[in-house]
Design a protein around this ligand. Sequence first.
Ligand code: GCB
Length: 505
Amino acid sequence: MARGSAVAWAALGPLLWGCALGLQGGMLYPQESPSRECKKLDGLWSFRADFSDNRRRGFEEQWYRRPLWESGPTVDMPVPSSFNDISQDWRLRHFVGWVWYEREVILPERWTQDLRTRVVLRIGSAHSYAIVWVNGVDTLEHEGGYLPFEADISNLVQVQLTAQTSLGPVSDFYTLPVGIRTVAVTKSQFLINGKPFYFHGVNKHEDADIRGKGFDWPLLVKDFNLLRWLGANAFRTSHYPYAEEVLQMCDRYGIVVIDECPGVGLALPQFFNNVSLHHHMQVMEEVVRRDKNHPAVVMWSVANEPASHLESAGYYLKMVIAHTKALDPSRPVTFVSNSNYAADKGAPYVDVICLNSYYSWYHDYGHLELIQLQLATQFENWYKKYQKPIIQSEYGAETIAGFHQDPPLMFTEEYQKSLLEQYHLGLDQKRRKYVVGELIWNFADFMTEQSPTRVLGNKKGIFTRQRQPKSAAFLLRERYWKIANETRYPHSVAKSQCLENSPFT
Ligand code: GCB
């Protein structure tokens, strides 16, 4: 699902702020301060998808030179949102190609008249290649979705063009909430502030009915209330960096994050080339630069399920991981593997082994009785070979809410529950040894492309897409609170905790 490939005429992006001189390094989350003003550009934009055969009519006809409505019909499109989820036009539901967003903006007079004001245009994210025109001038390009990009547009919006450096210094204020903690990894433990930490949490997606991937405060707060209800203490931002507001919430609520870059779908040998490698490193730079100040982020994940059994993948992953470590020596680095332990060429370079496995779903389906054996073999093989802590980074089962069958059959709530129970028995065998975490796939049902294996999207959520619990949510809740209480009171049996208590230690 796309958040929207933004191409605009006279457009000033989802977010614009003016401020006095400063902002060294840029890319800071836009916030107001005594020296900074923000102008949010959320709301309705004019929109058109380029349905022409080569999808390039907009460039050929230079739609960016004039108001968009002059070159053809437009529709209203909310920002932020996913254009695929809004329209009744079936072509747009699956559209891949250039789409055009346009917005006219009125700036405060001081921003355009006072030459000491630095005006910066910042796009929170646009998927997956974006070109931005301001007053018809090609101002900004960015490849890769999910991450912010920005440009100084003072010269484009200010009336007189005088060198700004000739003006005297101006104070600039930008404050950051601070959290201090240490993260370390031994050969069998993940340590936060020197204490063993066990990840009991979820994988998520930025996804909901109608909103799609578009950021939404009520949805975010609902999700955090559900995480607390569940007793979860962690999540992985599968499979891309989430909105900065999400990480701010994690800092506030004490939810630990494995921050993943959009390195997904690296499944074929031809993907492991120098061009991809260069871009991948650049994306890691953007992720680290954006998220490094969040104490909630305790580990970087550079990819999900790359074809890590390939020789070329080994070199590629080695380089991306080394680059990420050089960017941030303070955090461990991983990638999420679904390869065989004996064949994986990337595992030697990670600090923590993250494993996805779908026993009794994609393998041995229907045979719940095999899970414990499979899981024990998986953990023992990996640990014996690498002597590194392991996280079960995905496991789960498609479940259609309201489907029931006992004895359990696939797609029913009973099957999901039983599968989880079997996994938990297997995890408990290794939990105090070298398995340092478990993240269910998935927190909530989410939309996907159509395929014979998807029933209106991926249904492996323990909550529905509307955030209502399936039976498995109650099972997981009992387990997570039990683990949370064990961690908090290591030598006592868990007492029932009231809901307002936090599972985070
Ligand atoms: C995986 C992928 C995830 C899929 C999931 C599934 O291994 O990492 O993106 O959604 O399996 O449900 O098939």
